[in-house]
Design a protein around this ligand. Structure first.
Ligand SMILES: C[S@@+](CC[C@H](N)C(=O)[O-])C[C@H]1O[C@@H](n2cnc3c(N)ncnc32)[C@H](O)[C@@H]1O
Length: 255
C-alpha cells in the first residue's frame, strides 16, 4: 500500500506562491541555519520545491535532497543550476538508499506526517540511522494536534487569496476531517486560478497522520535512533501550552 501522498502537478505549480505567504518566517531560519552550520553532508527528506533547500545551498551547505513527488522535484530542478541538479532526486524516504553518509538529515514541514503506517515510520527512522555518520543528527517536525480542530474539523476554509502572476488570481480552500481512532486527518485541498480568461479549479485529497508526544517518544525508542530532545518551537524552546509544533531532535550513537 502506498503510505504517502505524491503531490499532483497543480499543487507543485503553486506551492511556492502559497507557502511563501503562509509559512515564511516560521521555520526557515531554524532549518537553514542548522544546515549551513553543519560542516559535513546534509540530506533533506521531502525536499519539495526547495523552499528551505535552496537557501541552505546558497549559503554553502553541502546539501542533498530526495522527494517522493516527481512534480515537486521537477519544479526544484527548474530553479537549480543544471550542474547542481544531481544533488536532488526522486526517492521514497521509507526506502532511502544512497552510498552517501550524512552528518545531518532533516525532514522539515511535517514530511513525516505523510508516512501513515507504523512499520513504514520505523523503516524510515532506521534508514535514516543507517545513512548517518556516527554522532550525526536527524531533525524533523510535526504539528501538535489541536483537539478542537480534530473534533470540529475544517469546513471549506479559504486560507489563501492572491495572484500567481500579475492580474491572475489564485485561491485555496481547505477542508479537513479527522479519524480519531486511526489518528488520520483526511484533507481536501482545492485550488482555483485564472487560466486563459477562465477560472480553473482542481481538488486534491490526501491523508496526514497526527502524532502525540509520547507516541513519538515510544516510536523513536523502538527505532535504532536515540531521542535527544523534543522542542516546542523553532527557537529550541521547551514544549509548552502555546507550542504548535514538535521539533524532534534524534541522534546516532558514536560507536
Ligand atoms: C509539506 S512538503 C515540504 C517540502 C519542503 N521540505 C518544505 O519545507 O517546503 C512535504 C514534502 O514531502 C514529500 N514526501 C511525502 N512523503 C514522502 C516520502 N515517503 N518520501 C519522500 N518525500 C515525501 C512530499 O512530496 C512533499 O514534497
Amino acid at each position: 500500500m502506498k503510505n504517502y501522498s505524491e503531490y499532483p502537478d497543480f499543487i507543485a505549480r503553486f506551492y511556492d506562491i502559497i507557502y511563501e505567504k503562509v509559512r515564511t518566517g516560521v521555520d526557515n531560519d531554524f532549518f537553514v541555519n542548522k544546515a549551513s552550520r553543519c560542516k559535513g553532508k546534509i540530506l533533506e527528506l521531502g525536499v519539495g520545491t526547495g523552499r528551505l533547500y535552496l537557501d541552505a545551498l546558497k549559503k554553502g551547505a553541502d546539501i542533498y535532497g530526495i522527494d517522493v513527488s516527481p512534480s515537486m522535484i521537477k519544479v526544484l530542478h527548474q530553479k537549480m543550476n543544471p550542474a547542481e541538479r544531481y544533488r536532488v532526486w526522486v526517492q521514497d524516504a521509507v526506502r532511502l538508499e544512497t552510498d552517501m553518509r550524512f552528518d545531518l538529515i532533516i525532514a522539515p514541514f511535517r514530511m513525516f506526517s505523510h508516512v501513515i503506517e507504523i512499520e513504514d515510520q520505523l523503516m524510515l527512522l532506521n534508514r535514516v540511522e543507517e545513512h548517518l555518520n556516527p554522532g550525526g543528527q536527524f531533525i524533523f517536525d510535526l504539528f501538535i494536534p489541536n483537539l478542537r480542530l480534530l473534533q470540529e474539523g475544517i469546513n471549506q476554509f479559504r486560507d489563501f487569496e492572491g495572484e500567481y502572476e500579475k492580474g491572475k488570481k489564485l485561491h485555496r480552500i481547505v477542508s479537513a476531517k479527522s479519524d480519531l481512532l486511526h489518528q488520520i486527518t483526511h484533507v481536501e485541498m482545492t485550488l482555483g486560478w485564472d487560466e486563459g480568461g477562465e477560472e480553473v479549479t482542481k481538488t486534491w485529497h490526501f491523508n496526514m497522520r497526527f502524532f502525540f508526544r509520547y507516541e513519538i517518544e515510544h516510536l523513536i525508542h523502538r527505532s535504532n535512533l536515540e531521542l535527544i530532545k523534543i522542542f516546542g518551537d523553532y527557537s529550541e524552546g521547551e514544549l509548552g501550552p502555546d507550542s504548535n509544533d514538535f521539533i524532534v531532535l534524534c541522534g546516532k550513537g558514536t560507536t
